[in-house]
Design a protein around this ligand. Structure first.
Ligand code: PLP
Length: 425
């Protein structure tokens, strides 16, 4: 059977539409292959990927070192469950805790699971170490947060789509405005606060980038009021924002250097996911020191697949790539260049009001109303012109390519973006 071009892509879209739950609204493009900064659709057309699966594919699509590690482990041993030991988990835990400089790691699979894990640990720490009243622990979160999709996590979302008709909601969360240290201090003065859960940059909300000192000030306030500072770096971590972590502040090294000591807002709990596997496999983790992590005892938390041998092998390979290929430094340099070039264009137009972000996590704000279709239409045209991006929250477009991009490739992408935006002037 021969299919013309349109019907081939449409065929796969129709299959999803008919047989899959309608819980997403994807851009109409059907991908079948990826390599580095590129993806190809079912008709063989090549695109620059400017979403990177929400920053899971920082190391680039199908990175050979990651794929090899996965293949090798998949042929040897895939899953033991935690009922037995295996030879990969301990190695992985040593590697992770040395890489991120925490005493211990608790391995999970998806980001939402890791956030749930951090919430459970924070509550238990509050009761057992801080002496919070039973059932009264509170966790401070920010307005417009995105931490995942479980019933507890959506309980403290203020996105109506994420929340409505999914109640009753889990209690025990206080919401404050993002980037507001005065509000944070006031909330920390309430009784029974276990911790402050925060994204160093709010990715899903539209790459809201707080003041440079927001993370450090939050760290210090949590110290002052004996609350845990919990950083959700699922999207911002692992080189994306031009530091090993966004909480590293103004430091682009991949170890913990002296300069980093001066700018690092060290969390009590660090939550990672997405790029921890380079997009090859679902791998997430919570890192903390003994004082916090040791509140969890056998039987109190777990996951059948958490820390399985394939995940362990994949994550170690993915983190090696970050160092070997200097992705932190590349993200930092290319990110500054990208914003500078987009700003030059913004100075000439009314179509885009601003570009913001850090490293290669950036977004532009389109000069139109929140409910307009302009950003969506721009993304369709970007697709036609060979670059894939997705609007977030109406009139904002996020730009987050794989971090293995070269300057020459980025120049080509900037030209595509600006020429496409000019079509909308
Ligand atoms: C993606 C994301 C999550 C949720 O991760 P899943 O793997 O989709 O469950 C949580 N927090 C942040 C900041 C994220 O970007």
């Amino acid at each position: 059977m021969s299919m013309n071009k349109e019907s081939k892509a449409q065929h796969f879209i129709d299959l999803e539409d008919k047989h899959g739950a309608h819980n997403y609204h994807p851009l109409p493009v059907v991908l079948e292959k990826g390599e580095g900064v590129y993806v190809w659709d079912v008709d063989g057309k090549r695109y620059y990927d400017f979403l990177s699966a929400y920053s899971a594919v920082n190391q680039g699509h199908c990175h050979p070192a990651i794929v090899n590690a996965m293949n090798e482990q998949a042929q040897t041993l895939t899953l033991t469950s935690r009922a037995f030991h295996n030879d990969k988990l301990g190695q992985y835990e040593k590697y992770m805790t040395e890489y991120f400089k925490f005493d211990k790691v608790l391995p999970m699979n998806t980001g939402a699971e890791a956030v749930e894990t951090a919430i459970k640990i924070a509550r238990k720490w509050a009761y057992e170490k801080k002496g919070v009243e039973e059932h009264a622990a509170k966790i401070i979160v920010c307005e417009n947060n995105f931490h995942g999709r479980t019933t507890t996590i959506i309980s403290f979302s203020n996105d109506e789509d994420a929340r409505k008709n999914f109640g009753p909601y889990t209690p025990g969360f206080i919401k404050i405005p993002y980037n507001d240290t005065a509000a944070l201090e006031k909330a920390l003065q309430e009784e029974n606060v276990a911790g402050f859960l925060v994204e160093p940059i709010q990715g899903e909300a539209g790459v809201f980038t707080p003041n440079d000192d927001f993370m450090r000030a939050s760290r210090e306030l949590c110290n002052k009021y004996n609350a845990l500072f919990i950083a959700d770096e699922i999207q911002t971590g692992i080189a994306r924002t031009g530091g090993l972590l966004a909480v590293c502040g103004d430091c682009s090294c991949d170890a913990h250097c002296e300069r980093q000591e001066a700018t690092y807002a060290r969390p009590d709990m660090l939550i990672l996911g997405k790029a921890l596997s380079g997009g090859a496999y679902p791998v997430s983790a919570v890192l903390a020191d003994n004082e916090v992590m040791n509140v969890i005892k056998p039987g109190q938390h777990g996951s059948t697949f958490g820390g399985n041998p394939v995940a362990a092998a994949v994550a170690m390979a993915a983190l090696e790539v970050v160092k070997d290929e200097k992705l932190i430094q590349n993200a930092r340099a290319l990110g500054s260049y990208f914003r500078a070039e987009i700003n030059k264009y913004i100075a000439t137009t009314d179509t885009v009001t601003l570009v913001r972000g850090k490293g290669l996590l950036n977004a532009i704000v389109i000069n139109d109303t929140e409910d307009s279709k302009t950003a969506w239409n721009i993304c369709l045209r970007l697709r036609d012109n060979g670059l894939l991006a997705k609007p977030t929250h109406g009139n904002i477009i996020r730009f987050a390519p794989p971090l293995v991009m070269t300057k020459e490739q980025l120049d080509e992408c900037i030209a595509i973006i600006i020429n496409t935006l000019k079509e909308f002037e």
